[in-house]
Ligand binder design. Structure first.
Ligand code: ACM
Ligand code: ZN
Length: 461
């Protein structure tokens, strides 16, 4: 067996092994200040004790980095330290992995080689996206994704709540939207959203809710044709030149802000809007003239800038899928197309914050193998391809602190809720290590050995 300290996922920044072994004897006296893993400690015969008698203890150490922690194993104690609550939580998550390895052989007396782990993340944002519009997922599935994310120290769940096929957050002002339905009935109740948000917060995960506009809106324009450019033939785009559309969407945004009071980030979509309807629309053309804009793309930009400013005014950070639009300072662009998009953000004049979600290799809807159901234009994206992905595509220096991290989106056109975990696993584990571990410490074969060690010991994600 490999030493337990060499089995952690994500791979730690620093691991030092030293002479000697810690011997776990039952009952294992564990600090009663380890709430994150308390219920799962029962497997290992743990007995909660105060820090004076416990052999596994936790303490603050302000010298550790943000979200960072240390675990020190000596022959008579295991000591967890962290500078903040998040680090304390991650120390517990890491400790649980160590316990599974230590107890894997099933002997009454388990041992662990002494040493120290000192760890902290590479990027502040490490996340997944789930599309709940194309296929709805029950609360149970969302909570199980949050549980998996907590074990991976992923700290953002981007929740794609609206699209042509579905509108999944309740609207009091436009209740017809709540009847809009993809493949099955469903809209999260306000109480469910509150429960999911609280569950996420307990695991130090921020929810980024998304209201996708002005494209991906054909469901909305069919229910409210007066908000389409051509009410006889409503299409995928909102009529952005109509002041009623602006007013309607600002109200929907306010409803989202109220439902997600804890969300530091609010996503306003912005992807894949066509300009065809706007070119033929008298209202859109009149607005272009009135504002003296160069073209329909600038009209879209004006609409999105208004939405972004509205989010900023509410004290949150607006996010959108990257386009060529010039967005306000403080707006976060989610780069998803290809490396050219990232290059433009690195070398161009726009200085927005950046989140990397390049579809190759980070999109989770792409199949892991050729047998998995998928659209025929999708290529296979294996765990190894994701593991070897670089969020900054080697533009770390140019992007600097503007690069916030990585997010892997799962679009669900072909993914019913019972396949969600199968789509995420094992690739979300690889993504977690990409977001957490420094490039020079990443090694796919070493990662695979650590993953197999943990899973063979009985650890599940
Ligand atoms: C996207 O994949 N439409 C952002
Ligand atoms: Zn129009």
């Amino acid at each position: 067996m490999r030493p337990a300290l060499h089995c952690l996922i994500p791979r730690p920044a620093e691991v030092t092994l030293t002479e000697g072994e810690f011997t776990f004897t039952r009952p294992l006296q564990v600090s009663d200040r380890l709430p994150a893993i308390r219920e799962r400690l029962e497997f290992f015969g743990a007995k909660l004790a105060d820090d004076a008698t416990a052999v596994i203890t936790v303490a603050k150490d302000k010298s550790l980095p943000v979200e960072g922690f240390a675990i020190t194993v000596t022959s008579n104690a295991i000591r967890l330290t962290a500078s903040d609550e998040v680090g304390e939580f991650y120390a517990q998550v890491a400790l649980e992995q160590l316990l599974w390895i230590a107890f894997a052989e099933g002997t009454d007396v388990a041992k662990m080689q002494c040493g120290t782990v000192r760890d902290y993340p590479r990027y502040p944002m490490r996340g997944l996206m789930i599309d709940s519009a194309r296929h709805f997922q029950s609360k149970t599935v969302i909570l199980s994704v949050l549980d998996m994310m907590a074990k991976l120290r992923l700290n953002h769940l981007h929740w794609h709540l609206t699209d042509g096929e579905g509108w999944r957050f309740p609207s009091l002002g436009a209740p017809k939207l709540n009847t809009l339905d993809g493949r099955q009935a469903g809209c999260y109740a306000a109480a469910e959203i509150a429960e999911i948000t609280a569950y996420a917060k307990d695991r130090h995960i921020t929810i980024i809710p998304e209201l996708d506009m002005p494209g991906h809106s054909w469901g909305l324009t069919h229910l409210y044709p007066e908000l389409a450019c051509d009410s006889e033939h409503p299409g995928n785009e909102l009529c952005v030149g109509n002041p009623k559309t602006m007013e309607f969407m600002l109200h929907r945004l306010d409803e989202m802000l109220a439902l997600f009071p804890e969300s530091k980030f609010i996503h306003i979509g912005g992807d894949e809007a066509g300009t065809g309807h706007w070119e033929k629309c008298p209202k859109c053309q009149a607005k272009i003239k009135e504002l003296g804009l160069a073209n329909e793309r600038k009209l879209e930009e004006w609409f999105m800038v208004t939405m972004s400013r509205h989010v900023l005014k509410a004290g949150r950070t607006p996010v959108s899928w990257c386009t060529s639009a010039v967005m306000p300072d403080g707006h976060l662009f989610q780069a998803w197309n290809d490396v050219h998009e990232l290059m433009d953000l690195a070398w161009g004049t726009r200085k927005n914050l950046v989140l990397s979600s390049l579809y190759i290799p980070f999109y989770m809807d792409y199949p892991q193998n050729a047998e998995e159901p998928h659209f025929n234009w999708m290529t296979v994206q294996t765990e190894e391809m994701m593991y070897d992905g670089e969020p900054a595509a080697h533009m770390e220096r140019e992007l600097g602190d503007r690069l916030q991290g990585i997010e892997s989106p799962l679009w669900t056109e072909m993914v019913p809720e019972w396949r969600v975990k199968a789509k995420f696993l094992p690739r979300a584990i690889a993504i977690a290590e990409v977001g957490w571990t420094k490039h020079e410490l990443r090694d796919y074969h070493d990662y695979l050995r650590r993953r197999l060690s943990l899973e063979s010991a009985g650890y599940t994600w």
